[in-house]
Design a protein around this ligand. Sequence first.
Ligand code: DGT
Ligand code: CA
Ligand code: ZN
Length: 570
Amino acid sequence: MKNIEISTLLERMADILEFKGEVIFKINAYRKASRILRETPQDIEKLAAEKRLSELPGIGDAIQEKILEFLSSGTVSAFERLLDTVPKELFELLSIPSYGPKTAALAYRELGVETVADLKKTIENGSLRALPGMGDKKIENIRKGIELRDTAATRLSIGIALPVAEEIIEYLKEKGGDRIARISPAGSLRRFCETVHDIDIVVETEDGAGLIELFTAMPRVTRVLGAGETKASVMLDDRYQIDLRAVAEGSFGAAQLYFTGSKAHNVHLREMARKKNYKINEYGVFEGEKKIAGAEEKELYSFLGMEWIPPELREDRGEIEVAMEKKLPRLVRLEDIQADLHIHTNQSDGQLPLEEMVEAVRARGYRYMAICDHSGGAFYANGLSPDRLLRSIEKIRQLNEKLSDFTILAGAEVDILADGKLDYDDNLLKQLDFAVASIHSAFKSDPTGRTCAAMSNPYVDVIGHPTGRLISRRQGFVLDIDKVIQTAVETGTALEVNSFWDRLDLKDSHVKAAIDAGAVISINTDAHHPPHLEMMVLGVGTARRGWATADRVINTYPLERLKKWQKRNR
Ligand code: DGT
Ligand code: CA
Ligand code: ZN
């Protein structure tokens, strides 16, 4: 599918237009078209061939023409012409948080900043500071932005890496057939870290060389970084580094353990082994020369005197000590999830109408859900006015009547306003079944105080994406997380683990702090489109990294228990 390619091109058009100071509606038209192409499940080439491009919402004639030109010639001439008039690395520059098109245009005109390296130089030699409107704080933010971008450029979000890993494993299984006894992800990916440097895969086979050959010859491989008898490393699509290790029967568990890491966990395990006079490596556990375990991870842990440790906990943050006492918690699993409590529809900024979103959620096997569209203050997201909300509640109640084995809670994602008040008054909130409250603006005005004030409202059940960070773009607001957790416990409010790939908010360490303090969480996808529902697995992984058990996750509860838990019903 060419959807992503064209979506990127349109995004870049928008960047160029913005850099050139074009009128805002034109810029927005390109951005919107880009988003629609990225999210639509339909194949754009097929739509174009059937002359059905105009069926996509928000794609006007001018943009349709450019799409057709791209599909027939591989380029867009208007775009190529504009490219000659902007800095060489414009898109890289604009990917730096806090470095917007206006600043980029000024720095290009006055200082000739064409590349990220140029920009770094102007910060070091002070020439950027001399531009009009540049304060120390702004310079500091740009500097931090460059750092953030450098990490984002070398590490992949788990939400991007996981589907790629699954695809490769499927491919190898299919082509490898009987030659593959077992195959598993390893490394930071298997531990569900929020970002990964590469995708590690371990395979059990008696034909290592053959599988390495199959692996390095995969269709999307753009470079082979190295290939031997038992391991190989390739670049896929010029973007993803994949490492494959092949081991023979009897060593799979040991290899899995070794290559899953973390390094700190492994180092600690080796120490434990030494105390028992054992040696542990990627082939097994050894007593002298004799191998006593290797085929199963469980066995290896057991010989070291521990219960099996879930990969998400393997960070040497106390899990080894607890496993020695055989007291590891039973972590929440994807199968425990009974509901998704933060779902958008096209009433606000979601893509589909109520009925279709409900059907998509139901089809995943959940028992209930909460529709939480944005409140009116969220004008950027077409938030619902009180009147529209009342009508939407009515519609949800009617649809509910028709469902026998599934319940839709009429909810809202209500904005926590700059002054700490909620965007809907209590009278309105009372008529809902469920409410998530989130900060979407005024990040600098006392986010801690505002979050705590929202939690003291009897109708607020969950705080949405509590820290506001975006993994690839934004550090999030400065939040006194301990105070927020304490208030969550005191008021009986849940903190969200937002599963959206770029959010994962709360993050793992915050979940751990919340769980230790006795708080409860709610793992939600914040889906705006059915494919987003699949990201639940990312939130569950993050919650597991924070040692969360099902009992602390409100959307594992049967509906009756959830209702009893709600402040409004206590
Ligand atoms: P990443 O790739 O930066 O996201 O993080 P990891 O944890 O996947 O690290 P990676 O890919 O370098 O190595 C995978 C695992 O292999 C790692 O978690 C532990 C193990 N490993 C790699 N190098 C060493 C080492 O020098 N000593 C020990 N004990 N284990 C290692
Ligand atoms: Ca890795
Ligand atoms: Zn939100």
